[in-house]
Ligand binder design. Sequence first.
Ligand SMILES: *Cc1c(COP(=O)(O)O)cnc(C)c1O
Length: 231
Amino acid sequence: MDNLITARIEEIKPTIPPRVRLIAVSKTMSVDSIRMAYDGGIRDFAENRLQEALEKQEQLKDLGDITWHFIGHLQSNKAKKAVESFPWIHSIDSLKIARRINRLAQEAIALKTITELPQVCLQVKILPDESKYGWDVQQLWQDVEAIKQLDSLRLRGLMAILPLGLSKDETLGAFKNVKSLADELQPHFGSDFDQLSMGMSGDYPLAIEAGATMIRLGTILFGKRSTVALG
Ligand SMILES: *Cc1c(COP(=O)(O)O)cnc(C)c1O
């Protein structure tokens, strides 16, 4: 069997400090590829499309110790399923969806369809980016008090995706700004707000340098995606 994926994992793992969680972004990848990554020791997988993710989860039920992370834009009508199937949601990108997830989590806990509150990150646009979802910094500060009221969310930190085309210095600077923002927000959100989900295949070493605690790697582990995968 093709063990290229395990070989890539072996190569990358030693470069990642123990404090950083390696999340394999398996969107568009087959369940066979996910199994290979699992055999290589990966236990955290991320998906960005709900329907695709649910189908894979169903086929991978035997791998009981996988932690699933949702990293795509959530439409309101898919939020319930996301809450039920993803212990981590990195892509809470507006107050509206935050409130909805909060209410759905409260209901799911009451109905015992989930046993633990969802752990969530707030997706922030540290630089203006028309093509992406997320809070801009000013709006996020305006919404802090409202977000604090959402007591069925376990607020864990920030998630960031940088715009395309930045230089290395700009990339590092932007990641450091995300880190500073998270540090400034922590007194408002509490000590549990300690995660920084940032860094992808092209920029993860800089994200780690800036303080990332979770990196989301797709291409560098699985190879190029043949299908279009919108973030
Ligand atoms: C696709 C995706 C990734 C992984 O991107 P690669 O460049 O393939 O590592 C990370 N985060 C999000 C939100 C994504 O949509």
